[in-house]
Design a protein around this ligand. Structure first.
Ligand code: AMP
Ligand code: MG
Length: 331
């Protein structure tokens, strides 16, 4: 099966959602009225992005299930604050779907409340919400999973430089992959995809690792120690969202470490935080497992109860990382 229809739909869906997110960020982050801890822009963009993606998918593939991060329960609350928020979300969605009303927008959002099935899509409408608010990295991540295997991925990173080494490069990248057909990236909004590959083990300049900006989303001191044990001596590149998967897939870094934070040892990773990114890296020649070397389980539930932590590498250094972790764990 070629999955070309699915891939085209996924690319179109995340590109529209990315445009909505960019518009919200331009309109609202710069607004002086915005309180520092006001999360409204991110929630408006989050809901709007999910509505657009689910609308397109349900139209293109009516029988398919979608497992997405948000639901409209809050927006439907009968009070002035929520009504105002729903109005704003609807206004943004109308820029792309002029006939949408508030009710339709809520229904589109809730089209994403499906359960894990034999074939389903998983969506994170804004991955890296903290990055979005900080004007850093964020992503719109969409993947098609069949029989527990990610088959198609589209990952829009609206704030990422197309050429990371060129500060004048265009901003906004879309990564995409189909299992067995390789991974590619394009400037967000263009159809001009170029193949991407992970780093070669001999590329010393790119022998570095990526980790979250948010210290609470990992174990940064253990991540540092493990990277060093695997031969990486450069400081980490810190990025929000699945943009980190993009960095490994296009050879900007050799490794992405996400080890459980000692502050939240019971946290379980969510499928929408990893499905799209993992296929992009695997199809670029890399490897993705949990910290024990187990494959990520996308078949059981939206929470990855059978995995701990995530290791993403160029492949060549994967075993060394797993071994360093096992040695550390036994001491
Ligand atoms: P990142 O930008 O890579 O730090 O990841 C953002 C994602 O981290 C969010 O989508 C959350 O689902 C997820 N997250 C929230 N809390 C934790 C935690 N304690 N450990 C790991 N990931 C988390
Ligand atoms: Mg997320």
């Amino acid at each position: 099966m070629s999955y070309s229809r699915e891939q085209q739909a996924a690319i179109e869906a995340v590109s529209r959602a990315a445009n909505l997110c960019k518009q919200v960020r331009v309109d609202m982050i710069g607004a002086e009225a915005l309180e520092k801890d006001d999360r409204s822009p991110v929630t408006i963009a989050d809901f709007g992005a999910q509505a657009l993606v689910c609308q397109l998918l349900t139209e293109a593939f009516p029988p398919d299930t979608i497992v997405a991060e948000e639901d409209s329960a809050d927006l439907r609350q009968p009070n002035a604050k929520h009504a105002a928020k729903l109005k704003q979300v609807t206004r943004y969605v109308q820029r792309f779907q002029p006939h949408a009303d508030a009710q339709t927008v809520c229904d589109w959002i809730d089209a994403g409340n499906g359960q894990v099935a034999d074939r389903f899509w998983t969506l994170d409408p804004i991955d890296g919400t903290k990055g979005f608010l900080r004007s850093d990295q964020y992503a719109i991540a969409l993947a098609l999973i069949e029989a527990g295997e990610v088959k198609v991925a589209a990952l829009a990173c609206p704030a990422l430089l197309f050429k990371p080494d060129e500060p004048d490069s265009e901003i906004g990248v879309i990564f995409s992959a189909v299992r067995g057909a390789g991974a590619a990236m394009a400037v967000l909004g263009s159809d001009d995809f170029e193949p991407i590959h992970v780093t070669q083990p001999t590329d010393q300049a790119r022998l570095r690792f990526v980790e979250s900006v948010e210290a609470a989303h990992g174990d940064q001191s253990l991540q540092q120690a493990i990277a060093q044990a695997a031969g990486i001596n450069q400081p980490s590149l810190r990025m929000d969202s699945q943009a980190k998967y993009g960095a490994v897939a296009r050879g900007e870094a050799a490794l992405y470490l996400r080890l459980p934070s000692p502050k939240s040892p019971d946290y379980r990773e969510k499928i929408w935080d990893h499905a799209a990114g993992s296929l992009v890296v695997e199809e670029a020649g890399g490897r993705v497992t949990d910290m024990h070397g187990r494959r990520l389980d996308f078949a059981a539930d939206y929470k990855m109860n059978n995995n701990r932590g995530v290791i993403v590498s160029n492949g060549a250094m994967h075993q060394a990382v797993i071994e360093a972790l096992a040695a550390g764990a036994s001491t």
